[in-house]
Design a protein around this ligand. Structure first.
Ligand code: NDP
Length: 396
């Protein structure tokens, strides 16, 4: 018997609610709250139609701790799953501390006025969660999330030490739009326009945004694609927890058309988060851009093709050097058919549900603030195979 309160009715929230409803033996009650209640109601209607499960819905401003506290006191959940935006991480962690509820999210806190992608603000909550006897699980999406678990799995079963880690995120799907982002445009563009950064022999090395690239030949017919080096938040915890790591990098594929649009938008200042004066009002150009771009949710029925996200890891086992590739391939069309969302939301919402399941069943437990690679990867890896994100591993 367990009750979960999910905050955020976007693409990821929708998938997570659908997936929780498929596992009634763990999620006996699912409650959904977000800023706009009508979006929660639309998700609840789809879940009822597809699974027969009723999901109570609420409006909440998750930036307002008192409002969330009142909602938690009304619902009395065992776990709060934060699938709103990174800006809400800290107020939601505060609300959990105040009400004595465990916490899970999929993206690290970001201050609204600077794109930073660092865990330091959430690590600062460690002692308070420990003292309250509560658990916070950070980054339970795909990347961060599954990629952290892939690294823990490789460490447990295949290596004595991993020396080189390359996380490679390929979206080989096509939505037919001139320019659109597959998840929240504001967060996505903030992430990819920042400077690149990777870990090399104990230090962070910076690169100009999207200035390094390589071609990677993806498996199962996806073929070669150009991948760009970016900073990604899971690197920060993985370099702390994976033994022997000398180099850690993150790569993402982008098509030429996407990058051309991005460069033009950047060149004319449309991706800036510095407020500008517009008709007597202060607006952030990036927020305005978000308002004119297609809603990621609307891409569901349009997106065809597959994603392939995985880790290439080089290291040693029993004195022998080896390279292991662990990956998942997810079909946009199959995800849409199952839960009404494309694969980017699906590959994030499924691990959010599995992370919640790990906590609610006690398979992953602790007091404090944790990353995915700190727990036993086996039950999580088994659940990926069972709940729609099967993985493959090959020695290269
Ligand atoms: P969306 O923009 O589609 O959804 C965000 C939802 O949060 C919306 O329903 C929005 O409400 C709601 N929200 C925003 N602000 C508030 C607030 N103050 N109070 C209550 N609700 C609020 O984003 P996605 O679903 O694409 O992404 C959700 C999260 O998942 C993000 O944090 C994103 O960074 C993360 N993510 C993680 C990935 C991973 O692999 N780890 C990959 C992809 C995403 P409204 O509809 O009213 O705007």
């Amino acid at each position: 018997m367990s009750k979960v309160l999910i905050i955020g009715a976007g693409g990821v929230g929708s998938v997570a609610v659908h997936k929780c409803a498929q596992v009634p033996e763990v999620f006996t009650e699912i409650h959904l709250a977000s800023r706009t209640k009508s979006k929660c109601d639309a998700i609840a209607a789809s879940v009822l139609e597809r699974t027969g499960v009723t999901v109570p819905t609420y409006a909440v401003d998750a930036d307002n701790v008192a409002e969330t506290v009142a909602l938690i006191n009304k619902v009395k959940p065992d776990l709060l799953v934060n699938l709103a935006l990174p800006y809400q991480d800290l107020p939601l962690m505060d609300a959990c501390l105040e009400t004595g509820v465990n916490y899970l999210d999929t993206a690290n806190y970001e201050p609204p006025d600077e794109a930073k992608f660092e865990y330091k603000w959430q690590w600062a909550y460690r002692e308070r969660f420990e003292q309250a006897g509560l658990m916070a699980l950070l980054g339970s999406g795909f990347d961060p999330g599954v990629t952290n678990v892939f690294a823990a799995h490789a460490m447990k079963h295949h290596f004595d030490e991993i020396h080189v880690l390359d996380i490679i995120d390929c979206n080989a799907g096509d939505h037919g739009q001139a320019f659109a982002t597959n998840f929240n445009p504001e967060i996505n563009i903030r992430e990819i326009t920042q400077r690149g950064r990777y870990w090399e022999r104990g230090e962070w090395v910076e690169t100009d945004p999207l200035s390094w690239s390589m071609s990677y030949d993806f498996p199962e017919g996806i073929g070669p694609k150009k991948c760009y080096l970016m900073y990604h938040e899971e690197l920060e915890s993985l370099v702390m927890h994976i033994k022997g790591l000398k180099r850690a990098r993150f790569w993402m594929t982008f098509g030429d058309q996407y990058l051309t649009h991005l460069r033009v938008l950047e060149g004319i200042g449309m991706t800036s988060i510095e407020p500008v004066d517009f008709g007597g009002q202060k607006i952030q150009p990036l927020q305005f851009l978000k308002a004119v771009l297609p809603e990621p949710g609307s891409l569901g029925p349009l997106t065809k093709g597959r994603t392939c996200i995985g880790n290439v890891m080089k290291g040693v086992k029993d004195g022998r050097e080896k390279t292991l590739y662990v990956y998942n391939i997810c079909s946009h069309e199959a995800a849409y058919e199952e839960v009404g969302s494309q694969a980017i939301s699906y590959t994030t919402g499924v691990p959010a549900m599995i992370g919640a399941m790990m906590m609610l069943t006690g398979k992953w437990a602790g007091k404090g603030v944790f990353h995915m690679e700190q727990f036993d990867p086996d039950p999580f890896m088994a659940a990926l195979n069972k709940h729609g994100l099967p993985w493959t591993e090959v020695e290269l």
